[in-house]
Design a protein around this ligand. Structure first.
Ligand code: KET
Length: 476
């Protein structure tokens, strides 16, 4: 039954958890709503799942012997309940909380000052263009996705004048957002690269180790963050990469490191580059926040471009979830920069063999939106302005939260809130303090103390500051 609701949710219904919540959510009466209502009635009436779960002893429908046997010992009876995802599960818990003051700072998703999700103006315009174009069809895309989108995505991250692009040494495939791009890249490396170890920063985005392990790579960590300084453990990083085996893969956050908000300086990036090239370590960039760190797409791509400018090889996973607000469209790209056009084309032929049995080909809509924006000078410019506005709002939230804590005299040095970069603040709050804030203040965040600054607004800063103040003073 839950799955049958999904198509209705796509039409704007809130996630229903019960049949009655569902029925009451469809009370308005536009033509569309009436049709959906009829469909909902049909689904509810016809649902064998609902009927067979009836608790009513007077139920006139007598289950057949096979169906009761089915319930008594399901072939899945041994299955244990899995824990919720540490990041996405925060939203699940938040949704269940009836408190009017609840605040979701878990997942990295941008909200407006009014606390609402934002569809960018340029995205609306691009979608309008797409809808108006009657020549557009819904045929399958090729395995590697929309060719125009792939070209534009490579240009966005590598730079329009990138010699690697001009020399046709880059292969780009459209994938299912950042996560799908990382997974396809991981599986490609597991099949074809000579070193199966990937080094990921400690800490990193919680999904990285799972994605790469399931892709068939062996995951190790390198030191990245120093809790004592709340900054980069640069010495530790150099030592760990320096003692990694030659050829090992190294996952690098292109900018706005998640969860720490701590990025190397350009000088430090240069040292990392030299070390990695001297040991033939293979860079795999995760670029999920281009434009969100500095507000400039080019500045945020600088580290990646440094590694491409030296003529060496690398992989880059891109996501448009955050910087175009296309979270649910699942639009991303994997680029592999190679030494020659010939190698790049052979690499692409193998990427197709990774993708085809996984999901066959990627979806068309999100990539068409991105391509429409990237190829149109006016839309592109307008996008950069909207992106900058999002980045600036996050920066202003940092300042406001910092000021609010200072005004309360909250013990501790909170300057890292304004120093850190990107969507998140890695507060330094421990899991006990986080649990307290959720329990007492209905503030939802990941247990590692990360808060999504993009989920905060001027209206909610005081509440968060109260919660942090209480947590810090109650649990020193
Ligand atoms: N890389 C990083 C570093 C990252 O933070 C995310 C998402 C992704 C890749 C994948 O995003 P995609 O939507 O597949 O393009 N991070 C946020 C959302 C999530 O966990 O899925 C988050 O950390 O809140």
């Amino acid at each position: 039954m839950r799955q049958q609701f999904t198509s209705l949710e796509a039409h704007g219904f809130e996630s229903p958890t019960t049949q009655s919540a569902f029925s009451s959510s469809i009370s308005s009466s536009s033509a569309t709503d009436r049709r959906l209502k009829a469909l909902a009635r049909h689904l509810v009436d016809a649902s064998p799942v609902m009927d067979s779960h009836s608790q009513n002893p007077n139920d006139t429908v007598s289950p057949s012997p096979t169906s009761s046997a089915f319930h008594a010992d399901s072939v899945f009876a041994h299955i244990v309940r899995a824990p919720e995802d540490p990041i996405l599960g925060v939203t699940v818990a938040y949704n269940k909380d009836p408190s009017p003051v609840k605040l979701n700072l878990g997942v990295g998703a941008y909200r407006t000052e009014e606390g609402k999700p934002l569809v960018l103006n340029v995205v609306r315009q691009a979608e309008q263009q797409l809808v108006n174009d009657r020549s557009r069809v819904k045929e399958y895309l090729p395995i590697v996705g929309l060719a125009e989108y792939n070209k534009l995505s490579a240009k966005l991250i590598l730079g329009a004048d990138s010699p690697a692009i001009q020399e046709n040494r880059v292969t780009t495939v459209q994938c299912l957002s950042g996560t799908g791009s990382l997974r396809v890249g991981g599986e490609f490396l597991a099949r074809h690269y000579h070193q199966l170890t990937i080094y990921i920063p400690l800490p990193t985005w919680g999904n990285h180790p799972k994605v790469f392990t399931l892709a068939g790579l062996s995951v190790k960590t390198y030191r990245y963050y120093d809790p004592a300084t709340r900054g980069l453990d640069f010495q530790g990083l150099l030592e760990d990469l320096g003692s990694a085996p030659s050829g090992a893969i190294v996952l690098l956050h292109a900018c706005a490191h998640n969860p720490t908000g701590v990025d190397p300086t350009i000088q430090q990036w240069e040292q990392i580059r030299q070390l990695m090239r001297s040991k033939a370590l293979l860079p795999f960039f995760d670029s999920a926040y281009q434009g969100f760190a500095s507000g400039s797409l080019d500045a945020d791509a600088q580290p990646v471009r440094m590694f491409v400018a030296d003529g060496g090889e690398c992989l880059v996973a891109q996501s448009y979830a955050k910087n175009m607000g296309l979270y649910g469209e699942r639009v991303g790209a994997l680029s592999i920069v190679c030494k020659s056009a010939d190698v790049a084309s052979r690499v692409e032929s193998q990427l197709k063999l990774v993708i085809r049995p996984m999901y066959s080909s990627p979806p068309i809509h999100g990539a068409s939106i991105v391509a429409t924006i990237l190829k149109d000078r006016n839309l592109y410019t307008e996008w950069t302005i909207e992106l900058k506005a999002m980045a600036d709002r996050i920066i202003s939230m940092r300042q406001q939260l910092f000021d609010a804590l200072r005004a309360r005299g909250t013990p501790g040095d909170w300057s890292h809130i304004i120093k850190q970069i990107g969507m998140f603040t890695f507060t330094g709050l421990n899991s006990e303090q986080v649990a307290f804030m959720t329990r007492q203040y209905h503030v939802y965040m990941t247990s590692d103390g990360r808060i999504s600054m993009a989920g905060l607004s001027s209206r909610t800063v005081p509440h968060l500051a109260d919660a942090i103040h209480a947590a810090v003073t109650s649990f020193a």
